[in-house]
Design a protein around this ligand. Structure first.
Ligand code: PEP
Ligand code: MN
Length: 356
């Protein structure tokens, strides 16, 4: 379904890539809000974020200060001239945020994963003209993300944008939330007019990862960045490890290399043609590999053998991992690729073994 969009312009903000939204994960005290916002304003940041209501994984954690924090944000708006943004998860939040004169709303990843909650939010936004940023759902489901956008858009919100904040996984390695960049890229391909922001703080979950993730988002053509910052990150009441000071934020932004995302030069086209050719040959090779797998399946069937032989499986994963590292790729990447190849191979073999 097409989305009905109008340009996502923020009054008083130059809409030059990257548009920056920054502020603490949560509003904690009036002083923390004013101190953080004051330092951000001095660095030229125009849009201030702070969570007033925090969706927490387990009960008993800090769930946000609630409505008492709204006047603190109003001070930021009035005294520092910044636009203010917060997360809404229920119609009550929407009502209180609008009442407080919030400039921008965002919908968090846990909420976007729930169509009932999204519909309730959409209903509460009917007839309101406010920019809304929709984060990706926690699970890597592009259709669910789009469904959420359609619901909000269906309520008449046309100043829409999205925030890529990565996807939850059971296995936490480098990232707190896996970026799975192909998902926001596919969303952008389908809706080129929908502005796309990156949230490197929640993807990385660690302050050292903020700068490289910002650069990656810029290299992929994202329109903006929403970055958590705090006057005293280590003392933050939520997401302490991933917040940076306003000074560090300024340093990170200063070092960002912004490349144009519209011009494609001839040499880039030539490189892309090479990539296309290599992809074609990869597909051919993979299909050859699968044909052999089917032959192996036939052999195993005739000899009454099980499909998966764990010794052989570990050998493949280990050997290919080591070979890949020698060729300049990460062992995690090699593992992911070969696990996927092996899974398809097993599927093909099972197919052969169960044939009448
Ligand atoms: C946040 O922005 O502080 C937040 C809770 O994010 P997410 O919904 O992406 O977890
Ligand atoms: Mn946070």
């Amino acid at each position: 379904m097409a989305l009905e969009l109008t340009p996502l312009n923020f009054p008083g903000v130059e809409m030059k890539r990257p548009v920056i939204i920054s502020g603490p994960c949560s509003a904690e005290t009036e002083q923390q809000v004013m101190d953080t916002a004051g330092r951000l304003a001095k660095k030229g940041i125009k849009i201030f974020r702070a969570g007033i209501w925090k969706p927490r994984t387990k009960p008993g954690g800090f769930e946000g200060v609630g409505t008492v924090g709204l006047p603190w944000m109003q001070r930021v708006q009035q005294e520092l001239g910044m636009l203010i943004a917060t997360e809404v998860a229920t119609p009550k939040h929407v009502e209180a945020a609008l009442e407080a004169g919030m400039d921008i709303l965002w919908i968090g990843a846990r909420t976007v994963a729930n169509p009932f909650a999204m519909q309730e939010l959409a209903d509460s936004l009917k007839g309101v003209d406010i920019p809304v940023l929709v984060k990706n759902p926690v699970n890597p489901d592009l259709e669910l993300w789009i469904g959420g956008l359609e619901r909000i858009n269906g309520a008449g919100i046309t100043r829409l944008g999205v925030i890529h904040r990565g996807f939850s996984s059971y296995d936490k390695r480098l990232y707190r939330n896996l970026p799975m960049w192909h998902i926001p890229i596919e969303l952008h391909r389908r809706y080129p007019d929908l502005p796309i922001y990156c949230d490197p703080s929640h993807i990385g979950g660690a302050r050292e990862l903020v700068a490289p993730l910002c650069q990656q988002a810029m290299d992929l053509g994202f329109d903006g960045l929403i970055i958590e910052s705090h006057c005293c990150p280590d003392a933050a009441w939520s997401d302490a490890k991933q917040q940076v000071t306003p000074d560090v934020l300024d340093f990170i932004l200063d070092k960002l290399i912004i490349r144009s995302n519209t011009q494609t030069t001839e040499s880039l086209e030539a490189l892309r043609r090479q990539i296309d050719e290599i992809d074609n040959s990869l597909i051919e090779q993979l299909s050859k590999r699968m044909r052999i797998s089917r032959e192996i399946g036939q052999f195993k069937r005739e000899h009454g053998m099980a499909v998966v032989q764990t010794g052989r499986y570990s050998e493949i994963i280990d050997k290919r991992g080591a070979q890949g590292v020698l060729c300049g790729m990460s062992s995690e990447f090699m593992k992911t690729v070969f696990e996927a190849i092996h899974e398809e191979s097993v599927r093909q073999q099972i197919d052969v073994m169960n044939k009448e």
